[in-house]
Design a protein around this ligand. Structure first.
Ligand code: FES
Ligand code: FES
Length: 438
C-alpha cells in the first residue's frame, strides 16, 4: 500500500519538452541549442525545484520542427507551445502557466505560425514615488506601478528604458533587490556631456509624475553557478552591482565588492551597499585621480577556479579591467557599459547583403543604413536601446559570414568567433554576406 502511494506521489502531472537539438554552424535554419536552449532548460529545471514544483518534469527533446521560432518547448497535457529566449520568459512560464494555470500569450506559438511574432513591447506606466539626492550629482528615483499590482520581475543586473522629456529612450540600471515586485529603484547620475535624459530627470521629474518605461531586460546577468563572484563598481556603476549583491547574499554565494568613488560625499547608496555587502566590501576613494583607485592588478591577477568578474563604471575603469583580465577564460568577465570607448578608426561604410534565417528573407543594407534600420524597414520588429554598440539589446546570433564588429560589448575573442553581433552598429566585412538569426 505504501509502495503504491509512493508511486502515485511520483507521477508527474506536467511534462515540458525543451528542444536542445544541435545543428552545424552556418545552418540556415539554426537550432535551439545555438539559441541558448540547453542553459535555459537547466535554468527551468533549477527554478522549478526552487519553487517546490514536484509534479513537473522538464525533459529535453530533439528537433520539434519549429526551428525558426526557437528555442521551442511544448507543455503537456495542455499541448501548449512556447517560443522563449530568456530566463525572464522561463520565469513567466513557470509563474503564470505552471503555477497560475494561465497562458503566456506573448510567447505562445500558434499552430500555423511560420515566423516569430513581433515582440510585444511591454510598455509600463509608472509613478515616481520619490526623488532623493544621494550625492551632489546622483539622485535616487523610486518608481511604482501607476495602476497598482506587481511590476514585471527583473533579474539582478537588469535595466529599464525610460522615455525622458524629449521622447527618447534612455537605459538605467535597477539598483533594488530583485525579489521586490512593488518598485524599481534607479540611481541617476547627471551626465555633463549626456544627451539630456539625465538632466531632464534631475531637473524636471518629480514625485507624483507619471513616466513611461519598458519592461526590464538584462544584459549583465550573474553566472549563478560561479564558485566566486568579484564585483567592481565605479561611481554610479554601483546601481546594477547593488542588485547583484542582494541576489548573491540570498543565495549564500562567495562574493566580494570593490567600490570606487571620488570621496565619501560622492558615494551613492553607501549605507545600503554596506548593509548588503557587509564584510565583503572594500571602499576606494581616489579623489578624482584614477591612479589612486582600485589596484586592479592586485585584485585580478590571480583568478580562483570558477570565479566570475562583473564590472560597471566609467570607460577608463572598464578599459583597465579589460586589460587586467586578458588571461581570464572566455565568458568569465562581464561588463555593463554606459558610454562608448574611444573609436578613433574612421570606418568606411559599404552596402552588403544579409539573409534573415527565421523570416527566410534576403535584404540589402545600404551604405547609409544600419542592419537594424534595414530590418525595421522590411517591417520586422527588432529590439534596440542604446543603438551605439553599448548595451547588447540588439545582439543577434550570426549563423554565417564574418562581421566587422564595431561595438563595445563583445570581447576580442567573441568578435573573432563571429557567433553574434550588434546589428545597431556592426556591419559585414567586405565581400561577406551575413546570415542572421532573425
Ligand atoms: S532545432 Fe529546435 S525546433 Fe528544430
Ligand atoms: S542597441 Fe545597444 S548595442 Fe545595439
Amino acid at each position: 500500500m505504501a509502495d503504491r502511494q509512493d508511486r502515485q506521489d511520483l507521477v508527474y502531472e506536467t511534462h515540458v519538452f525543451c528542444c536542445v537539438n544541435v545543428r552545424e554552424d552556418g545552418h540556415p535554419r539554426g537550432c535551439c541549442s545555438a539559441r541558448g536552449s540547453v542553459e535555459l532548460r537547466e535554468y527551468m529545471k533549477a527554478r522549478a525545484k526552487e519553487l517546490g514544483l514536484a509534479k513537473i518534469r522538464i525533459n529535453t527533446s530533439g528537433c520539434l520542427e519549429r526551428c525558426e521560432l526557437g528555442p521551442t518547448m511544448v507543455i503537456y497535457p495542455e499541448a501548449v507551445w512556447y517560443g522563449y529566449s530568456s530566463r525572464a520568459d522561463i520565469d513567466e512560464i513557470l509563474e503564470r502557466h505552471i503555477i497560475g494555470g494561465e497562458r503566456v500569450e506573448r510567447l505562445i506559438l500558434e499552430t500555423d505560425q511560420l515566423v516569430p511574432k513581433p515582440k510585444a513591447k511591454r510598455e509600463l506606466k509608472l509613478i515616481i514615488a520619490s526623488v532623493d539626492e544621494l550625492t551632489p550629482e546622483i539622485k535616487r528615483i523610486e518608481l511604482v506601478p501607476r495602476d497598482g499590482g506587481e511590476l514585471p520581475a527583473f533579474e539582478a543586473g537588469a535595466h529599464i528604458d525610460l522615455v525622458t522629456g524629449d521622447g527618447l529612450k534612455r537605459s538605467y540600471s535597477l539598483a533594488n533587490d530583485p525579489i521586490e515586485r512593488h518598485r524599481y529603484v534607479l540611481g541617476i547620475l547627471r551626465e555633463k556631456n549626456g544627451r539630456g535624459g539625465s538632466a531632464w530627470l534631475h531637473e524636471s521629474a518629480g514625485a507624483g509624475d507619471t513616466i513611461t518605461a519598458m519592461a526590464p531586460i538584462n544584459n549583465f546577468g550573474l553566472a549563478e553557478d560561479a564558485g566566486e563572484h568579484i564585483l567592481i563598481a565605479g561611481g554610479i556603476g554601483i546601481a546594477p552591482i547593488l542588485s547583484m549583491g542582494y541576489r548573491l547574499r540570498q543565495g549564500g554565494a562567495n562574493f566580494a565588492l570593490h567600490y570606487c568613488t571620488r570621496d565619501a560625499r560622492n558615494t551613492a547608496f553607501a549605507d545600503e551597499v554596506e548593509e548588503v555587502f557587509g564584510p565583503n566590501l572594500t571602499f576606494h576613494h581616489d579623489g578624482g585621480d584614477p591612479a589612486r583607485g582600485i589596484k586592479l592588478d592586485d585584485v585580478l591577477s590571480k583568478r580562483a577556479d570558477g570565479a566570475h568578474l562583473y564590472v560597471c563604471g566609467p570607460a577608463g575603469l572598464m578599459a583597465a579591467a579589460r586589460q587586467a583580465t586578458g588571461h581570464w577564460p572566455e565568458g568569465t568577465v562581464h561588463f555593463e557599459l554606459f558610454a562608448p570607448s574611444a573609436r578613433p578608426k574612421a570606418w568606411k561604410n559599404e552596402s552588403f547583403e544579409v539573409y534573415l534565417s527565421r523570416h527566410k528573407q534576403a535584404l540589402t543594407v545600404a551604405a547609409d543604413k544600419t542592419i537594424l534600420e534595414a530590418v525595421r524597414e522590411a517591417g520586422i520588429d527588432a529590439e534596440s536601446s542604446c543603438e551605439d554598440g553599448l548595451c547588447a539589446t540588439c545582439r543577434t546570433r550570426l549563423l554565417g559570414g564574418k562581421a566587422e564588429h564595431r561595438d563595445d560589448v563583445l570581447s576580442d575573442r567573441e568578435k573573432a568567433g563571429n557567433k553574434s553581433m550588434m546589428i545597431c552598429i556592426s556591419r559585414a566585412l567586405p565581400g561577406e554576406t551575413l546570415i542572421l538569426d532573425i
